[in-house]
Design a protein. Sequence first.
Length: 846
Amino acid sequence: MRIVKGVWMGSAHLVGGAARRVGRDARDLDPSHRRDGLAFTLLGIAVVVAAREWWSLSGTAGGVVHNIVAGTFGVVGVVVPVLLLATSVRLMRHPDRGQANGRIGIGLGAILLAVCGLVHVFAGTPGTDDMDAVRGAGGMLGLIVGTPLATLLTVPVAAVLLFLLAFFGVLVVTATPVHQIVPRLRALYRRLTGQHDEAEGAEDDEPLIINAGHTAVDEPEPRPKRLGRLRRRRAERAAALDEAALEAYEADEAFVRAAVVVPGSEVDGDHDDATAHLDPARDPAPATEPTTVVAEATSTTAAPTKPALTPPVTTGVPRGEQPMLDGEVLYTLPSEDSLVKGAPHKVRSAANDRVVESLTSVLEQFEIDAKVTGFTRGPTVTRYEVELGPAVKVERVTALSKNIAYAVASADVRILSPIPGKSAIGIEIPNTDRETVALGDVLRSAAAKRSDHPMVIGVGKDVEGGYVTANLAKMPHLLVAGATGAGKSSFVNSMIVSILMRATPDEVRMVLVDPKRVELTIYEGIPHLITPIITNPKKAAEALEWVVREMEARYDDLAMFGFKHIDDFNAAVRAGKVKPLPGSERKIATYPYLLVIVDELADLMMVAPRDVEASIQRITQLARAAGIHLVLATQRPSVDVVTGLIKANVPSRLAFATSSLTDSRVVLDQPGAEKLIGQGDALFLPMGAAKPMRTQGAWVAESEIHAVVSHVKTQLKPTYRQDITAAAPKKQVDEDIGDDLDLLLQAAELVVTTQFGSTSMLQRKLRVGFAKAGRLMDLLESREIVGPSEGSKAREVLVQPDDLPATLAMLRGAPEALPGDEPIPVATDYHDDLEDEGQDWPGGGR
Ligand SMILES: Nc1ncnc2c1ncn2[C@@H]1O[C@H](COP(=O)(O)OP(=O)(O)OP(=O)(O)O)[C@@H](O)[C@H]1O
């Protein structure tokens, strides 16, 4: 008995173990194998069903198969093998796209259901009592869907509903939202008529290389022939993805950056189509027509046009929400065609391969267990990634920077350790075959189109080839610095052109300060200007004071109507929710963003450092909510131009190549900019970013600027404010101060902040002679800032540091700031001012 029991238990154990093992192994199978298993099963079923339904190859099981297929789907069963085959092929090709596969499955299910239902109702809605008739119509599926509908709603209504269901199924399968039907059909038409291929063919010369930054460097290159098809598919995929991204996009992101593409992930990248994903902006579809801003409902002319391919965003903004130009004015944004298309971005070139070889040989020579695992090529520099073996110190590679520079024959080698978000060292080396980034490409990229904010500008491309854009309203103020010829003015041009391309004068107004008198003259007369371009540094300082007054007026308005931000105020005005106060004749209108661009801060700081600094401080501290934003550019980022106060209040920085490490520290608070290679190569540090991002600035040619400027100029004349460069009202510097105002302000600040009234301190700190310091002290005494002389002792300081701003204002002769005085008189209203001055918008508006 024991033996029998032992044998029984032993074999049971063996069988159980084997069964468990098989089960476990099946669970351990790679998911893709498991999905392949499903695909093969479907393929097998397709073969069985096709054999019976198509070729009547009926074995013993044939009857059963027919009963199941025809019983379920009726005559529609003949397409079941096709559907099974297609599903099986899709599962094999894209096993990882679970979500898309699910969507297609649901869509096909809806179509199948609808078709079965339709066949059933058109076949006279046979009942279950006649199963042969059911099998000859839409099968049980058709019966379940069709009979109740036909009985309850009559056959015609049921047919319409079922058609709708089938149509819905088609939209789901093709991932087409209803508002995309027309653009997609148009795109399809273009592709069928060959317009698409022509443009694609042009790019086919470029071999496809998988983004080497994420894969092995020696990835085999697919044959160029296949590229046309590959690109087309990517284009379709990107269009679908882009749309999803658009929906998900949140308007309040600080700045929009192209996502880095990781192979296998379905990230919506902005990389060139030669990399792993396609940028819809590079889609060769014909450029969109200019987006139109129509004057208020009074206009009878053309309605806003929509772009052909890209969904809700275009060169402009959601038109329904636009502040319209009053009167009959029809303002169109420049067409995207005004800006040229750049050469396709290369992701790999022979030069890169040579550098990889050099880097590898340096690592070998120094016997460092590290490997160049890949690279990402940007337009100007390529970032080579080096991964270390176990127990290899990072410093061993970073210490080699000079040898690396020697090996690759370039002095501008920059080492990042680590690359943010990666366990790898990045070695940035300039490309010997650098590329120019066309502003047009940046503005047409998905990154730019994702946001319809009028203050979004094209910045350039990052080291991974992704487009970089920035929202000036979120900066909220930007300092741009770099040595002569580094690309500052080109950036300022790109910025202004971006605004002209995307914003109407109703949305953005500009104050351009160009003390160099040459850089910005091309923009003279554009309607976005609120005052003629200011070239005189003294006038520029006054203009900054006007900006402060404008800001205060806007603040007053916000406070009066109970809004915190100009955007909220504007939205309420557009919605008609802001009513003038009782008795006021005022016409409430939206406030445009005000962008103040100073092309050379150093020139301003030379003529009136204290005033300019004070205005900048005031603007930068408060202007954000008032929709006023400053861009300060300078060639000389030294501490006397970019003072601590200015720096503290201008949070976003863009550094082009600087001539020294000290300059780089002034701009970025860290070294790096001195290693940049000029011609638009920059480090971009937007507010809140931890590390600066290397960016190649966008380039816009003079002919393009001309095209854009003449487009905007022919439509609208600028309406200038007269009060901007007029000296601030009621400002009278006392005669005895005369030309010493700046020094006196500095002296007052020194004495009050240190609470130490010493003439020799003034001498030392202000670097003035004894006589001048004594005079300043007398002036301070006459204004009761310090007490009388007490011989060799320091004078008593009569003003507390808290009262310093009011004291400085008093010295400047601004009576409004005097303590205890009347409240600050403010300009009534921006638009009222215009009316008061009898200035009208062309077309009879404001
Ligand atoms: N983004 C860019 N792409 C390609 N080339 C550029 C770019 N930016 C600048 N360059 C090249 O560098 C030259 C000098 O640029 P830019 O005039 O912008 O320098 P800058 O810093 O403004 O100098 P300055 O301070 O003297 O005006 C340009 O003429 C152009 O050839």
